[in-house]
Write a protein of this length. Structure first.
Length: 140
């Protein structure tokens, strides 16, 4: 297993690992980028909740958001290293993140205010889940 995401010299094969062999150099940056964006979106929600900035999530859900962000932070080095457990942790993080982000948030009274974070965060989470599912199923 390798820890590099940089392509090798021309004419040499990329190492095969849990995250897709020859296509790893394409998948890992995408997976890391969207996962880090989801973690950041969760951190913004935590900061808003702690600061009491409106709109913010209620204080009683902040521990869930923090645990979700922690799952994402734990997944990042594992995804980078090609560990399948990182994909599963990332899927858990993104699935839990969808509770606080997504089109359903537009139905709230302050839905238009939180729409950018809700929709972009949902898109990133869905992208991670879809890409990770393809990798775990062994598809390109």
């Amino acid at each position: 297993m390798t820890d590099t995401i940089i392509s090798p010299e021309p004419g040499t094969a990329l190492p095969t690992d849990a995250i897709g062999g020859a296509r790893r150099s394409e998948r890992v940056p995408r997976l890391l980028g969207v996962l880090l964006a989801v973690v950041l979106a969760n951190a913004v929600q935590i900061a808003a909740g702690l600061a009491g900035v409106e709109p913010s999530p209620p204080a009683d859900v902040l521990p869930l958001i923090a645990a979700t962000a922690a799952l994402g932070v734990a997944a990042v080095p594992m995804v980078r290293a090609g560990d399948r457990l990182g994909l599963w942790l990332g899927i858990a993080c993104c699935t839990l993140s969808m509770i606080g982000m997504g089109p359903h948030k537009l139905l709230l009274d302050d839905g238009l205010t939180i729409a950018p974070l809700a929709l972009v965060g949902f898109g990133f989470a869905a992208t991670f889940i879809g890409t990770a599912a393809l990798v775990l199923r062994g598809r390109s």
